[in-house]
Design a protein around this ligand. Structure first.
Ligand SMILES: NC(=O)c1ccc[n+]([C@@H]2O[C@H](COP(=O)([O-])OP(=O)(O)OC[C@H]3O[C@@H](n4cnc5c(N)ncnc54)[C@H](O)[C@@H]3O)[C@@H](O)[C@H]2O)c1
Length: 280
């Protein structure tokens, strides 16, 4: 067999559902090494077909495009979901039920399906959830093995980053006119995810990572004048205390999304295909 033929057989067939800020940055990374050596783009899906079409033009081979995510499943070994919370749950279930692998960004959309998804993944597929807009999940999970006493997540964002959230709407605030910091929420992670579905994927991430070890307490603030989306995570464990602070610049394509979230997908795609893996 020719060396090039052997190499292409090994490529993982990746489909991307959602070609917005995160999906399009991940797709652009697939054109370049090292990801171009590990993946073949097997399909692109977006309700706005033109977004998928213009990304498909970056590749020297034909990339099928779709507006319905169900149509990408047959051709992919791994499906990247970067669309919305409504898509994430049904898509992850459908992929895992077929024994495939799925990488989910809209992690808040998986709420209530943890048990089903873990059971489906045991049949042979993989559910990958990248660290998204935060870091330190590796250390948090390691600390949790020895028992956690308390986990606190404090999120601060510029007020307009909360526009459209049911949690902000119920307070009746004019987010564009806030003069000083306002606490929008204080309570358990599950409730935060329900009230701020587009903003606290981070709370969901912690739920997946460490909630089995300790309940997660969340505080959310709208902070005028803030330029970054900031997350502070404090874990009190028996083996030590971890304090993680992330100050994220917003993505230019979508200010509600942190640039780090796109980069975390690219880092995870690298890790999935790498022979050398650093961190857990
Ligand atoms: N895990 C994290 O830390 C983290 C961080 C940021 C964003 N997110 C989540 O990732 C997702 C993508 O974020 P983004 O900034 O790229 O959003 P975006 O709005 O820029 O892009 C989403 C794209 O998905 C498409 N889309 C929506 N519904 C679809 C459907 N049913 N079928 C096909 N395409 C569909 C939209 O047309 C759009 O092009 C969002 O759900 C967001 O909440 C997660």
């Amino acid at each position: 067999m020719k060396k090039s033929a052997r190499a292409s057989e090994k490529l993982l067939r990746l489909a991307v559902v959602g070609c917005g800020a995160i999906g399009s940055e991940a797709v652009r990374a697939l054109v370049k090494k090292p990801l171009s050596r590990a993946y073949r783009l097997a399909g692109l899906c977006d309700l706005k077909l033109e977004r998928a079409r213009s990304l498909a033009r970056l590749f020297h081979y034909p990339v099928p495009i779709h507006s319905d995510w169900r149509n990408v499943l047959d051709d992919a070994d791994l499906v990247l979901e970067s669309a919305s919370g409504e898509v994430a749950g049904p898509l992850a279930e459908a992929v895992l039920a077929r024994g495939g692998d799925v990488l989910v960004l809209s992690v808040g959309g998986l709420a209530g399906r943890e048990g089903v998804l873990r059971r489906l993944a045991e049949k042979g597929g993989h559910l990958y959830i990248p660290s998204g807009a935060i870091g330190g999940l590796d250390a948090a999970q390691a600390l949790a093995l020895n028992g956690l006493k308390k986990v606190t997540l404090i999120t601060r964002k510029p007020p307009l980053g909360f526009r459209g959230s049911p949690g902000a709407a119920r307070l009746g605030l004019d987010l564009g006119r806030l003069k000083k910091e306002v606490r929008l929420f204080r309570g358990p992670a599950k409730e935060a995810v329900r009230l701020f579905p587009q903003n606290v994927n981070v709370a969901s991430l912690l739920e997946w990572g460490v909630a089995a070890a300790a309940p997660i307490h969340v505080e959310i603030y709208a902070t005028p004048g803030l330029r970054t989306n900031t997350h502070e995570i404090i874990l009190e464990g028996r083996a030590g205390r971890i304090r993680i602070q992330v100050n994220n610049f917003p993505s230019q394509a979508n200010p509600k999304t942190s640039r780090l979230a796109s980069l975390s997908v690219i880092a995870m795609l690298r890790k999935i295909s790498a022979n050398v893996r650093i961190g857990t």
